[in-house]
Design a protein around this ligand. Structure first.
Ligand code: HEC
Ligand code: HEC
Length: 386
């Protein structure tokens, strides 16, 4: 039975609508996607339907520093809206000061990703992924492992949460659970939609002048297939590998070795970051990572799984060389010669003008609407400090 807002229930009762019909007549917590017509809707798991109340709850949780062992961090500490939900660091730092082996990732259009995080083919559901930063110990991110009950008690005693949980979930008993927390966070994450960049206005919105002539030349370069085949790995409307969406939820993720490293010895990538190999242990998975979305890429430096490439210029150097060469130190090696490297990362030449064009194109993917959307910002800010 659907829970109805009292006012709607009363209105319907006075209209004499039969109880059995209610669910067809009105959905009290109906959620509407704010998605331009050219884009698909995200796939939503059957056991975690979207609702306005659940998204509101998830947003409060995402920004709540009480969700960390020492009250210092929330999800938003490493996923900052103005940086397209990245943190601006090469590698993230958890709430107790531990450095994460990898760089934070943008959450723009994260609902469409076939696999989550840099290199884990098993990580499919946002609901499950949220448990990793919450509870994980290697490394410690929020450090709540073993203290979930404590956090749930804090939540239960907060009047804001009491309202939000009651509206988001219909259970009368045991509404304050970790499962409900991660479901709400995932629902909020599915609303992190970036589809209104100047490029989108140009390409999908019929606005011929929304991007510069230089950016248009950069687009042609990116999609040409003759210069490093960028689009072959960062393809489609989301500039990433395969995407899943409503009606097409079961799509396999893809992972590539782009020749960022070529260390001597059995492991050609640094031991903490061997990519999919770190999960499967298979030699052929060495150095393979997911091709992340390039949307908002101009605001998410530094780049790559370990933040080891500082600028977009340096990214182009890496691809133009068909792999990165590191001359000295413990990571020395010629990435171009990595035996596992994807064949289309084979190098190309580009003029200074072409370089400016590609960067202008990448910059046209910055969606300032997304970076400043107040429905995605910190909801606690309006309230007294906590
Ligand atoms: C200490 C910093 C930190 C905190 C806190 C943090 N994250 Fe992350 N997040 C990261 C890093 C680093 C990665 C990449 C992880 C990897 O590849 O192993 C990541 C990856 C992700 C991804 C995968 C994105 C993609 O495109 O695949 C999601 C989703 C995500 N985080 C959500 C959250 C949520 C929800 C929270 C709060 C419960 C959170 N994060 C807290 C640093 C953080
Ligand atoms: C063979 C597939 C492949 C091709 C071709 C490719 N990329 Fe990538 N790209 C990736 C992967 C995989 C990563 C992540 C690599 C890592 O972190 O080790 C990546 C990372 C990036 C990043 C950094 C993303 C971030 O969030 O840190 C940028 C920018 C980028 N690529 C741009 C390009 C451009 C421009 C081209 C064409 C010149 C290109 N890519 C060609 C697979 C590819």
């Amino acid at each position: 039975m659907l829970r109805l807002l009292p006012s709607i229930a009363i209105a319907l009762a006075t209209m004499g609508v039969a109880g059995g019909m209610l669910s067809k007549v009105i959905e009290p917590t109906a959620f509407e996607w704010n998605i331009p017509a050219s884009f698909p809707r995200p796939a939503v798991p059957a056991d975690n339907p979207m609702s306005v109340a659940k998204v509101a709850l998830g947003r409060h949780l995402f920004y709540d520093r009480r969700m960390s062992v020492n009250g210092q961090q929330s999800c938003a500490s490493c996923h900052r809206q103005e940086l397209a939900f990245t943190d601006g660091r090469a590698r993230s730092v958890g709430t107790t000061g531990e450095t994460h082996p990898r760089s934070s990732m943008s959450l723009a259009n994260v609902a469409y990703n076939t696999a989550l995080t840099w290199a884990d083919p098993r990580a499919r559901a946002l609901e499950d992924q949220a448990l990793v930063p919450m509870l994980g110990a290697h490394p410690i991110e929020l450090g709540l492992g073993g203290r979930e009950a404590e956090f749930l008690r804090v939540v239960q005693q907060d009047s804001v949460y009491r309202q939000l949980f009651a509206s988001a979930y219909s259970e009368t008993e045991n509404v304050y659970t970790t499962k409900h927390v991660v479901r709400a966070i995932a629902a909020f994450e599915r609303t992190l939609l970036s589809m209104r960049s100047p490029y989108d206005k140009y390409r999908y919105g019929g606005e011929a002048n929304a991007i510069s002539e230089s950016a248009k030349r950069g687009e042609a370069f990116f999609f040409s297939g003759q210069h490093g085949g960028c689009f072959q790995c960062h393809g489609g409307w989301n500039f990433t590998g395969s995407v899943r969406f409503e009606g097409r939820a079961d799509v396999e993720p893809s992972f590539f070795n782009t020749g960022l490293y070529n260390l001597k010895g059995a492991s050609s990538y640094p031991a903490q970051n061997t990519g999919v190999h770190g999960v499967t242990g298979r030699a052929e998975d060495m150095g393979k990572f997911r091709a992340p979305t390039l949307r908002n890429i101009a605001v998410t430096a530094p780049y790559m799984h370990d933040g080891s490439v500082l600028t977009l210029d340096a990214v182009l150097d890496h691809y133009a060389a068909g792999g990165r060469t590191i001359a000295n130190g413990r990571n020395a090696g010629v990435g171009h010669l990595n035996p596992n490297k994807a064949p289309n990362v084979d190098g190309f030449t580009l003029t200074a003008q072409q370089r400016r064009d590609v960067i202008a194109f990448l910059e046209s993917l910055t969606d300032s609407t997304f970076l400043t959307d107040t429905t995605l910002s910190d909801p606690w800010r309006r309230r007294p400090r906590r």
